[in-house]
Ligand binder design. Structure first.
Ligand code: SGN
Ligand code: CA
Length: 529
């Protein structure tokens, strides 16, 4: 009887579930998705930004050399959970319901690419940062950081719901877990592995072995570190993400209160030192060997009146960027270890490897850290991809791509069909021919309610221009990305841009209609000021 019920169940399941025929297995290659948090293009040497020389990322670069590097790669909503939700669903935030980090958990009952790949015969796993509040679904294996997770001696939540602390550094442990899973996976099926790092997210805390590796290295500063925010939205000076006023001395800049020798530093806010407090005595000794003498020297110089305001901002910038780039080093090593694993196990030819990050990040541009804005540095997502035999090594496509495209892309790579409800477009045609374009503009929507005081805004970007709207202050911003790549001059009211403005408005309206975007009021409880 039981056998008959099971047989019927299988028959019904096979009729409605897009499973491959028994024994054949899916034909697609493996997909290794290596993902980090807040890693800006400007901190990846393959992208050639001003920090490229100071802090090379040879392993991420290897993917770009052996595959393709996308420069016109954007997120749909520049914030962690929402970006991940866009990736899983192939849809803009208003369609997948995960509009902000601070909202409800991700609705796991909806369609996701993980469900489709799993049903299509893939073995699926996610390891590391998840940040969607509800537990992963359709992953054969998951082992995730709670919320933002920690850098040192982090706790992981495993599939059975148990939480366990691991001694060591989060990036290394996440990589170890990914490799252990690869080792024990069923090699009769292709895999879809999401290896997702916490780094280099705030508090920008490096592996202890990397502390000091950038001592003495010149870290060039962006031309707009001292941006005066003129000509643009009046909300910019109100943002709480300035290197000057909002990076905290202890939490971000690693100068503990007990090291300040009674000095009252300007803009002192205490967020405590949670990462330091997590360390073992031995780890603290390594940390202090690096930071303590530097902090002592800084305080002595500060007391001696050696810093004017700009010099102090420069000191903060340098401390922040050194920590951030040293944090990136372990991420790059992780990529190297995973690529080596593929080489050593003869998997490289049959595995598509992607490196990306949930959004970009400000590395002092506009005087900022953090993200959220539709300005280039946080709107862009690094995206490098290797697919031996398909992508011409060294490809540099100019196609405008977005995180909502990843789901369709994974499905086409896997040879599975793409449901109509998915809004993103597969980039496989671009992978096959780097001259291809898939759209002429991308749509952006940011819905958070005030963290870092960044207002909601909605916009469109083409190859050459960007237009965005801030409903709370009823302001439009227009940028000429060709003549003003750092977005320092809002030309919305400049009559020489009248034609461009008109066509961008038309594009913006048509994209909002196409994506079925909600009204500004729908998710904007903050009243207009
Ligand atoms: C935390 C950080 C913020 C950061 C958000 C979102 N503060 O709240 O600086 O913008 O995460 O980051 S912290 O004090 O907790 O470090 S995201 O990557 O998760 O979207
Ligand atoms: Ca992030």
């Amino acid at each position: 009887m039981m056998a008959r019920v099971c047989f019927l169940f299988v028959v019904v399941l096979t009729a409605f579930w897009p499973c491959p025929a028994a024994g054949t297995g899916p034909a697609g290659p493996n997909i290794l998705f290596i993902f980090s948090d807040d890693h800006a293009m400007n901190a990846i040497s393959a992208y050639g930004g001003i920090l490229a020389k100071a802090a090379p990322t040879p392993n991420i670069d290897r993917i770009a050399i052996e595959g393709a590097l996308f420069r016109n790669s954007f997120c749909a909503n520049s914030i962690c959970g929402p970006s991940r939700a866009c990736i899983l669903t192939g849809k803009h935030s208003h369609k997948n319901g995960f509009l902000r980090n601070t909202g409800n958990g991700f609705d796991q009952s909806q369609w996701t690419v993980a469900k489709a790949l799993h049903a299509g015969g893939y073995q699926t796993a996610v390891i590391g940062k998840w940040h969607l509040k509800t537990d992963p679904v359709a992953f054969d294996y998951w082992d995730i950081l709670p919320g933002q997770g920690n850098y040192y001696n982090p706790v992981f939540i495993s599939m059975d719901g148990t939480q366990k602390q691991f001694e060591g550094y989060a990036t290394d442990i996440t990589t170890d877990k990914a490799i252990q899973w690869l080792d024990r996976r069923d090699d009769g099926k292709p895999f879809f592995l999401m290896c997702q790092h916490k780094a280099p997210h705030r508090t920008f805390s490096p592996a202890l072995r990397h502390l000091g590796t950038l001592d003495g290295v010149v870290l060039p500063e962006p031309s707009n570190l001292f941006d005066d925010y003129s000509t643009r939205s009046r909300t910019l000076p109100e943002n709480e993400m300035e290197v000057d006023r909002h990076l905290t001395w202890a939490y971000d800049l690693k100068l503990r209160k007990d090291e300040m020798d009674g000095v009252a530093l300007p803009e002192f806010r205490s967020y405590g030192t949670p990462e330091y407090n997590r360390m073992t005595d031995d780890q603290k000794t390594q940390w202090d060997a690096h930071f303590a003498p530097k902090n002592k020297a800084f305080i002595a110089d500060y007391k001696a009146g050696k810093f004017d305001h700009k010099q102090l901002v420069r000191w903060k910038y340098h401390r922040y960027i050194q920590n951030y780039l040293e944090t990136v080093k372990a991420v790059d090593e992780s990529v190297g270890r995973l690529l080596k694993y593929l080489d050593d196990h003869h998997l490289a030819d049959d595995t598509v490897v992607i490196y990306s990050s949930d959004q970009g990040f400000y590395l002092g541009e506009h005087g900022w850290f953090d993200k959220r804005w539709m300005f280039e540095e946080s709107f862009t997502m690094p995206f490098v991809i290797r697919w031996p035999g398909v992508i011409q090594p060294g490809s540099r496509p100019t196609a405008l791509i977005q995180n909502i495209d990843y789901a369709s892309t994974f499905l086409e790579i896997a040879g599975l069909s793409i449901p109509d409800e998915v809004q993103g477009i597969s980039i496989v045609p671009v992978l096959k021919d780097s001259r291809r374009q898939i759209r002429d503009a991308v749509y952006y929507a940011y819905y958070e309610l005030g963290e870092h005081a960044v207002p909601q805004h909605f916009g469109v970007r083409t190859h050459t221009h960007k237009l965005f709207y801030l409903p709370w202050t009823d302001e439009w911003q227009l940028f000429d990305l060709v003549n003003d790549p750092h977005e320092m001059r809002n030309v919305y009211s400049d009559e020489s841009y009248a034609e461009v403005r008109k066509s961008l408005h038309a594009k913006y309206d048509s994209l909002r209609t196409y994506y079925d975007a909600p009204s500004y009021q729908a998710y904007a409880p903050k009243p207009r000021q």
